[in-house]
Design a protein around this ligand. Sequence first.
Ligand code: 2AL
Length: 243
Amino acid sequence: MRIRLINPNTTESMTATIAAAARLVAAPTTEIAASTSRSGAASIEGHYDEAMSVIGLIEAIKADPGADAYVIACFGDPGLLAAREFTSAPVLGIAEAAMHAASFVATGFSIVTTLERTRIIAEHLVRSYGMTQHCRRVRAVGIPVLDLEDPNSAASARILAECEAAIAEDNSGAIVLGCAGMADLTKHIEDRLQIPVIDGVAAAVKFAEALVGLGLKTSKHGDLAFPLPKIYRGITAAYAPRQ
Ligand code: 2AL
């Protein structure tokens, strides 16, 4: 099967990190086809960045209509429901996938994300995914997304320290890493903490494989039905749903 893994920010180097994490866990028969959005922000750290990322995301899905499943590799899960409307293949967001995975292996988990403003967005997601019973706390390390790639940012040490605080103060049994750019830190942090550490990229890839294996597609009954054909104007004209 082919999973189209989309980094909805426009930073190629982050796509390479994400793709490597996906390929580490993918089955030998799964092809991970990774792409970087061609439009939008270099990093997604707020509602505006998220909104601006959705056209690039849909473009990436449109460019690969035959994929068996799609993964949106950004922890805000931007455009997740729009993408599910657009295609009948399963679409996984890494935040939703990671939270579900964490809930299977611990009764309570903490999320460790990048900035305070993305922490608030992750709290919204916890509520909209019905995860308030499972998520004990969402924490931010105060590191901008692109600094995760900068060896001088001490990102790894600061994230590890926040995870240790989560175990001590939140009494959480698992950690969810709250940014796709943290995917390469998972093993190091898990080795140090000795509790489950969940990277949503890996979780989403494995759930995508499971859904495809089960023959499940996105329901076209109700709100995830294909978008209604209508006129779109201005810069969205090229994205108007057709009959
Ligand atoms: C993210 C992410 O995963 N990629 C990105 O650009 N922004 N999310 C986050 N919470 O920092």
